[in-house]
Design a binder for this molecule. Structure first.
Ligand SMILES: N[C@@H](CCC(=O)N[C@@H](CS)C(=O)NCC(=O)O)C(=O)O
Length: 211
């Protein structure tokens, strides 16, 4: 039996979602850095914990491996419900899920689509966790940009008169959308909108944004 550990990469957006979540909960979990720039996700030792060859992965004391950033956060939420980051009641939980899905599918994935299909570093690696043989597709860049523009318009409208995506409470939906915005900046995508910028500045000031 070994101690719980989080397989992480400091410069990647998906594990950042988990790190921000843990920081908001004041939870400390030992991390193992998987250097994606060097192709560390393809090492045999890592394939043992992640058949998908992506980070983050949480390995529990009993050897159970949990992939997917939100699945990892849900594990901790069940064990440490305070402060609630997945909603405080049925209504809020549903709205958090709604905005989390939009942030992931229309925001985060749109940015990933743009980056993976343009950056030379991803030539032949159009999907994460794939060593080669998945070529970049230029049309996906246009689709990603269109999805991103629609997403930030929606987020900006939602934030008019609200501190966070789901009212007055900071939640995992804000974490995913915030990480997607920073990811979009790397991809040089627009991140405008008066309300979006106010919201972004407020979250950037939280200590968890530096986790
Ligand atoms: N939906 C997954 C996405 C995981 C993912 O794509 N991770 C990226 C880093 S952000 C990765 O490990 N990429 C490896 C690669 O590019 O080969 C999650 O939320 O955990």
């Amino acid at each position: 039996m070994q101690a719980m550990r989080l397989y992480d990469y400091q410069h990647a957006p998906s594990p950042r979602r988990v790190r921000m979540y843990l920081a908001e909960k004041a939870l400390e979990v030992p991390t193992v850095q998987v250097d994606l720039r060097r192709g560390g996700q393809f090492d045999e030792s890592f394939q043992r914990v992640s058949s998908g060859m992506v980070v983050p992965v949480l390995e529990l004391d009993d050897g159970t491996c949990i992939a997917e950033s939100m699945a990892i956060c849900r594990y901790f939420e069940a064990l440490h419900p305070e402060p609630p980051l997945f909603g405080r009641d049925a209504r809020e939980s549903a709205l958090v899920e709604m905005w989390s899905r939009r942030a992931e599918f229309e925001g985060y994935i749109a940015v990933a689509e743009v980056l993976r299909n343009t950056h030379p570093r991803f030539a032949g690696r159009g999907l994460p966790g794939v060593v080669s043989g998945v070529e970049q597709i230029a049309a996906l860049v246009d689709r990603g940009k269109a999805s991103w523009r629609r997403f930030i318009g929606r987020v900006d409208a939602q934030l008019a008169g609200r501190a966070y995506l789901v009212g007055d409470a900071f939640t995992v939906a804000d974490i995913t959308a915030f990480v997607a915005v920073d990811f979009a900046r790397v991809a040089e995508l627009p991140c405008d909108g008066e309300h979006l910028q106010r919201w972004h500045a407020a979250i950037a000031a939280r200590p968890s944004a530096r986790a």
